[in-house]
Design a protein around this ligand. Structure first.
Ligand code: SAH
Length: 351
């Protein structure tokens, strides 16, 4: 139908493209699909189809992201891309990280974020709009293309960029499905990170693919978590743990708790004990990923020192918790966890 022909390039389904092709042979559709999702080509580059057809696909299914800039850090191993959404000018970012054997991309799921966590630059800047599945997938395709140019395969996708994935669950799930089915990245290599939106976790546990779930915990008691992660007032820790248990039961996948270490706020021995207790209440025990707090313009409190991070990790390990420290990437280009603001002004937090 004509309405379908206005969908963006990576929102378009196989049926949408088939419709454009009309009566043509079936393998044309496979050639186009392969060009888009296996060879990561723009339609005009798909030389297996005729020039006329390339032009038709190109003008019918338009790209949604315009690259504004890219910045490089870690001696070329981390690249932050700043994108402008074609339909209105909001900006989003994605971060591509190269490791020895593989590459990982961190993608945005919303333009901005409504969760208002004070220590996160995206939260400080506020919410603009939901991304479509195609806008999420396009970030992944671009990263895969950039990696391929370095002879590296994009192996992992983490939904940890700007926005709260489970406040846009439907689009995120469509993106997961496309990344899995068309690009061929397995569910084990896809990770959704959430601030703890319980209805979203519940929906996710009914979805067919066993993607990894990461929960941004940051505090293991409600009064502290209320102040760090305001949505905790709606979805308190006990209920959140119940939803995590249900996810574990359904998916048989380990859950990761993310914990940004904030000096003197959530890095005390008491915090370690409370966190260990929560981890042990999940069977098998949750894994903890410690993130030294990255600086953001709107949050005056500084991160735990390197030594303090090590100590906190050791306390957890002594308490029987599997804890690792996340290596920071791209702090100098504001590409690290919590620093993505796409150049927007932020609100200064009172903390
Ligand atoms: N909204 C989702 C995904 C985006 S944030 C979520 O909250 O999980 C990705 C991770 O970075 C989260 O664990 C988040 O809590 C963390 N983070 C946010 N600000 C940070 C900062 N300043 N330093 C370190 N980590 C931060």
């Amino acid at each position: 139908m004509a309405a379908n022909l206005t969908v963006s390039r990576y929102d378009a389904s196989r049926e949408d493209i088939a419709e454009l092709l009309g009566e043509g042979p079936n393998y044309r559709l496979d050639q186009i699909w392969r060009g888009l999702y296996v060879d990561f080509q723009a339609p005009l580059e798909i030389t297996t189809i005729s020039k006329d057809l390339r032009a038709k696909v190109d003008s019918t299914f338009k790209a949604s992201l315009i690259e504004v800039s890219s910045s490089v850090s870690d001696r070329g191993d981390t690249t932050k891309f700043l994108w402008q959404l074609v339909d209105g000018g909001y900006k989003i970012e994605s971060v591509l990280m190269h490791y020895a054997e593989r590459a990982t991309v961190c993608v945005s799921t919303q333009a901005g974020c409504a969760m208002a966590c004070g220590f996160c630059a995206t939260g400080q800047a506020g919410f603009n709009r939901q991304l479509t599945a195609g806008e999420i997938v396009e970030q992944v395709v671009h990263a895969a293309r950039t990696s391929a140019a370095r002879n590296q395969r994009l192996a992992n996708v983490v939904f940890m960029g700007m926005g709260e994935p489970l406040a846009n669950e439907e689009a995120v799930w469509q993106a997961v499905t496309r990344i899995h089915d068309a690009i061929g990245i397995s569910a084990r290599h896809l990770t959704i990170s959430t601030v703890g939106i319980i209805p979203g976790i519940n929906t996710l546990s009914e979805r067919p693919l066993p993607v990894n779930l990461a929960v941004s915990l940051h505090a293991a008691r409600n009064d502290l978590r209320d102040s760090l992660v305001p949505i905790n007032k709606r979805y308190p820790i006990e209920d959140l743990m119940q939803a995590c248990r249900k996810y574990l039961q359904k998916k048989n996948r380990r859950i990761t708790f993310e914990w940004a270490l904030i000096g003197g706020v959530n890095d005390t021995p008491r915090d370690a004990r409370e966190l260990a207790k929560l981890c042990q209440s999940l069977k098998p025990s949750a894994h903890v990923n410690l993130i030294p707090l990255n600086p953001t313009p709107g949050y005056p409190t500084i991160g735990t020192t390197q030594e303090g991070v090590r100590e906190f990790a050791d306390q957890l390990i002594d308490l029987g918790v599997n804890a690792t420290v996340r290596r920071n990437r791209g702090t100098d280009i504001d590409a690290a966890c919590g620093q993505l603001a796409a150049g927007q002004p932020v609100t200064i937090s009172s903390r």
